[in-house]
Design a protein around this ligand. Structure first.
Ligand code: PLP
Length: 410
């Protein structure tokens, strides 16, 4: 038989090093085998998904099926005009804190696709993106895989509550040899759920402007504020010009991560045109656009959903926080999102990344609970774990925390 043709260098590199982190691989493997009737079953709390609102979504998802022929044919690859108008109207009222026109909107298959494509068109291989940490683990895949750019992390201090410190941004920027093209800010934060203050956001944006950087503001958890601190959209705090780009998705606030729909809002026409040149490879299906557009257009339903969704998150967060408190595990303060960041520094055998990995593995093996290790979130020091409290009902999360507490007992 003839020799099998080889892969390209790019293909071979992907085949050799899967970009999927270990905690996600463990999740898919263990959840496939989990028996729901087994009291000791695997409990996955490592993936940021909101599974608490299916009953709010299901009636709407199953009733709105009056599909017309336009939805099954080719349309604008960045999203149909009708869909982008629905998003612009909804987002202007509820998310961005200012009026955004449908022409400024682009949709692609998930926030990940939006980010990957933005960076592709604003940076070249080897260029850098500055990211305050702790941060969402997936940015490394989005930026370093196909774009071949580099993440430059600016580690914020746990002892200052992970506040975005402009001096740390500036120092990191000055000390790196990597040419930085953009600053990526996520508000509310993943993994802390912290809502950055208006001063933090204004300070970071104004510093990035002084360096001539693109600014990407990821507000994917913007509608999931469920505590006492309100979310204030960055677009209502700073001048919105062609250097600042806003990212959102239906994955978190609307709890439909599997439908794959991310949203970009930017006034930068050149950026939008460049992204449109790549949109064909990451289009949101016409049927999904139709469904999601109809959900947003039914404003009474959408508002009821948002109210119900936030109440569920508030309750789930409270149950998790109380259980963590009883277990004596400190948490980083947060008022939004689907997770809490646990400070487990006191439980490590020593302050090292190896000890953190051992801690994560012990919880996985002995408690059969999966958390997101702080290393994956690029926390500046070892000893933090993200717990996604919306991935399972509150009583199950409470059981998971009790199991963890059992493992931590001396
Ligand atoms: C901050 C942040 N950005 C982007 C994403 C990716 O979202 P999507 O599933 O829409 O690609 C996530 C998912 O966890 C996230 O937390």
């Amino acid at each position: 038989m003839a020799e099998i043709p080889s892969l390209s260098l790019r293909g071979a590199s992907l085949a050799d090093h899967s970009p999927m982190p270990e905690y996600i691989a463990e999740h898919f493997e263990r959840s496939a085998d989990a028996d729901p009737s087994d009291p000791d079953r695997y409990i996955g709390l490592a993936i940021a998904e909101n599974k608490l609102v299916w009953d709010l979504l299901e009636p709407k998802l199953t009733s709105d099926r009056n599909v017309d022929q336009r939805t099954v044919g080719y349309d604008a690859m960045v999203g149909s005009e009708r869909f982008r108008a629905s998003i612009a109207a909804f987002g202007s009222e509820h998310l961005w804190g200012r009026a955004v026109h449908a022409d400024e909107i682009i949709t692609l298959a998930g926030a990940g696709s939006i980010l990957e494509t933005i960076f592709y068109v604003i940076g070249d291989p080897g260029d850098g993106v500055l990211i305050p940490t702790p941060s969402y683990a997936g940015f490394w895949m989005d930026i370093e895989t196909r774009d071949a750019m580099r993440v430059v992390p600016a580690h914020m201090s746990p002892d200052e509550g992970f506040v975005i410190d402009v001096d740390v941004l500036a120092r990191t920027y000055d000390e790196t040899d990597i040419p930085i093209k953009a600053l990526l800010l996520t508000n509310p934060s993943n993994p802390t759920g912290r809502i950055h203050t208006p001063d933090e956001m204004r300070g970071a944006v104004s510093w990035a402007r002084s360096q001539g950087l693109h600014i990407i503001v990821n507000e994917i958890y913007g509608l999931s504020a469920h505590g006492s601190v309100p979310f204030i959209p960055t677009g209502s705090l700073v001048d919105v010009d062609d250097d600042i780009h806003f990212v959102w998705a239906f994955s978190k606030d609307l709890a439909m991560s599997g439908l794959r729909c991310g949203v970009l809002a930017t006034s930068n026409e050149g950026l939008r045109t460049a992204i449109a040149g790549l949109a064909y490879w990451a289009v949101v299906s016409g049927d999904t656009q139709h469904l999601l557009g109809a959900m947003l257009d039914d404003r009474a339903w959408a508002l009821d959903y948002l109210t119900g969704m936030r109440a569920r998150l508030a309750e789930a967060s409270r149950t998790a926080t109380d259980a963590l408190d009883r277990a004596g595990i400190p948490i980083v303060p947060g008022d939004a999102g689907l997770f809490r960041l646990l400070d487990v520094r006191a439980f490590l055998s020593e302050p090292s990344w190896d000890a953190e990995q051992t801690f994560w593995r012990t919880i996985l093996h002995d408690a059969n609970v999966n958390l997101t290790p702080g290393a994956a979130c690029h926390v500046g020091e070892p000893g933090f774990m993200r717990l996604c409290f919306a991935e399972e009902p509150p009583d199950v999360v409470q059981i998971a925390i009790e199991r963890i507490a059992g493992v931590l007992e001396p």
